[in-house]
Design a protein around this ligand. Structure first.
Ligand code: BDR
Ligand code: CA
Length: 309
């Protein structure tokens, strides 16, 4: 088998972050997990990462990071992910806690010790921005920063134009998009193409495994939320897309674009502004933006990850 990409997952579990961990455990060579406040408070995102580490039998370190954004107060998404982040899924308290509370230092040290790791942020970009502030050369050492966030068209899920991960720390996102890191962006325009719900949940439950049961409950909670709030039967499976964009890049169509983040707008704070003007673009491209997913294959791989966990 070809060697798997080495990946650090920076996450805020989070229902779909937990799915991203399941996916990464199967298809990536996971170097470590860093956590950030986002969907829920940092204590919960970190505990959930530790719970998922034990559920999946992962032998990797978990490092907790930023408890809030660079500027202002933390925005949460309790309505989407439940009070403590994994919906109705109750996993045992982890036997082992985080390996440190210094995610930013760990990111810097780990990428100094080994070049060519893919950094995959699927939460607010606070840890990544802080690491880049402390060590701007990090951009030269990583194979990519492949993030879930923003949207390639004016679509939002917090406001009409702002996606949660960017909205929750726009200043951090702006710094990351300005950093000259080898960026790839899986935004809402892409992740809304990848939808799962009750039918997939039933298949997972029928596996009769711990991971199958966990995935079934995550999907069930997510489906109920999306049906109630958005009148859609299947919910968008955001964060696993960023993992699979690294491990299975052929499943995604991307284009080089200039992306900037609006931090001042009265109506548009947290919007990713993408220059689609081709040769007339005001600035050079700084990001590979994903536009199309081979959604069926992406979903098959997520289901495979659950089956083979
Ligand atoms: C993103 O925001 C969070 O709620 C999800 O975990 C995902 O990372 C989608 O906008
Ligand atoms: Ca997330």
């Amino acid at each position: 088998m070809a060697s798997r990409p080495r990946v650090i997952l920076d996450c805020d579990p989070g229902v779909d972050d937990a799915m991203a961990l399941i996916t990464a455990a199967r298809f990536a060579d996971l170097v470590g997990i860093t956590t950030v406040a986002g969907n829920v408070e940092l204590e919960h995102t970190t505990a959930n990462a530790c719970r998922m580490r034990e559920l999946l039998g992962l032998e990797v370190e978990v490092h907790s990071g930023a408890a809030g954004p660079l500027v202002g107060d933390q925005a949460f998404a309790h309505n989407v992910h439940g009070a403590t982040g994994l919906g109705d899924l109750v996993l045992p308290n982890p036997e082992k806690g985080p390996d440190s509370e210094n995610a930013v230092d760990w990111l810097i040290e780990t990428t100094r010790a080994e070049e060519g790791i893919h950094l995959v942020p699927v939460g607010p970009l606070t840890n990544v921005a802080l690491a880049l502030r402390a060590d701007p050369q990090l951009t030269d050492r990583v194979a990519s920063v492949t993030l879930m966030g923003g949207a390639a068209v004016g679509v939002g899920n917090v406001t009409s134009v702002a996606e949660f991960n960017v909205y929750a720390d726009p200043e951090a996102a702006a710094e990351v998009f300005r950093s000259r890191a080898p960026l790839a962006m899986l935004g809402l325009n892409l992740t809304h193409q990848v939808r799962m719900g009750s039918a997939h949940s039933e298949v997972c439950a029928a596996l009769g495994t711990q991971v199958g049961d966990a995935m079934a409950q995550l999907l069930e909670f997510y489906t109920v939320f999306h049906l109630a709030e958005e009148q859609v039967v299947d919910g968008p499976i955001h964060d696993p897309c960023a993992v699979l964009a690294v491990t299975h890049p052929d499943l995604f169509e991307v284009a080089e674009r200039n992306v900037r983040v609006e931090i001042d707008g009265t109506l548009t704070r947290g919007m990713t502004v993408i220059d689609e003007r081709g040769p007339r673009a005001a600035e050079p491209a700084n990001c590979r933006v994903a536009y199309r997913a081979h959604a069926e294959r992406v979903i098959e791989l997520i289901m495979q990850a659950v089956r083979e966990a």
